[in-house]
Ligand binder design. Structure first.
Ligand SMILES: C[S@@+](CC[C@H](N)C(=O)[O-])C[C@H]1O[C@@H](n2cnc3c(N)ncnc32)[C@H](O)[C@@H]1O
Length: 261
């Protein structure tokens, strides 16, 4: 388990995974070596691929996106593209990702769902927290699931992280104490419906940590993000009718919510 009891400046309830956060900042939980191993690349080849990973992922996108094909895109078309793109992001914006891990440390407890967990940084960090019983990592992409399962095994966390394709998996708990869904909602054809699904699966006193980016990028670098105004308005209507925001001190776009009474 990657944890400690030391505190860091500004931490509202310093305990648990400060060592894990320091380790994430140092090497992304050994991300380069693990990804090179999974993709069977040398470290030098990996370094060449990382800077062009955002453009490579965008190039896989067919242009006009049929919303009904979004799931197939992430499950099949993307292949290992998201692993590289997310690795480049988590390594290149480590301070920002570390702040989201601090936020997670503040709220995560019990049964934790990491929906659309990508390369697993949040799932791995959550699995090291004393207040967390188990982490349920859900991601449509089979490479992402295999990579995160291998990472968990290498870090000695295999017994605490369960990897599933979707929320219909009967192995999943019916209710979660914490839901983490970061940088995923803009990839879904109906993010408002996803919020309703989360609300159904939140236990008493549960917290949801959510962010979103309904924008294709200043240079069109995220062609797969949904941004239709009607979709975004439905999302905010659902968010603001079903969830109450809980204040947190981290200066990041991710928000914490509990269910509205
Ligand atoms: C931009 S990544 C975010 C990954 C991670 N949460 C992070 O913050 O780095 C979006 C992830 O959502 C996954 N995804 C997309 N649609 C999904 C769906 N319908 N169900 C589950 N996962 C999905 C993708 O495979 C990808 O790993």
């Amino acid at each position: 388990m990657v944890s400690s009891s030391s505190s860091s400046p500004g931490s509202p309830a310093a305990s648990g995974n400060d060592v894990a956060i320091a380790r994430f900042l140092a090497d992304g939980f050994d991300l380069r070596a693990q990804l090179a191993g999974y993709l069977q690349l040398s470290l030098a080849e990996l370094e060449q691929r990382l800077p062009r990973s955002t453009a490579d992922l965008a190039a896989l996108h067919p242009g006009a996106f049929d919303p009904d094909q979004a799931g197939q895109f992430y499950e099949d078309t993307v292949g290992t593209g998201h692993l590289l793109e997310l690795a480049a992001w988590h390594l290149g914006s480590a301070d920002y990702i570390a702040d989201t891990l601090q936020l997670q440390q503040q709220f995560a407890r019990g049964q934790v769902l990491d929906f659309g967990g990508g390369i697993g940084s949040h799932a791995l960090a959550a699995a090291g927290l004393e207040a967390v019983e188990a982490v349920w990592y859900v991601d449509l992409n089979p490479h992402n699931r295999a990579f995160v399962a291998a990472r968990a095994a290498q870090l000695g966390l295999a017994g605490r992280i369960h990897c599933c394709r979707d929320l219909a998996d009967p192995a999943l708990p019916q209710r979660f104490d914490t839901i983490v869904c970061l940088d995923v909602l803009e990839h879904l054809a109906d993010p408002a419906a996803q919020l309703e699904l989360f609300a159904e699966r939140m236990g008493s006193g549960a917290t949801a940590l959510l962010n979103w980016y309904f924008f294709k990028g200043h240079n069109g670098e995220y062609p797969f993000h949904f941004d239709e105004p009607a979709l975004v308005e439905r999302f905010f209507r659902t968010l603001q009718s079903r969830f109450l925001e809980v204040f947190h001190p981290w200066l990041i776009t991710t928000r914490a919510y509990r269910l509205m009474d």
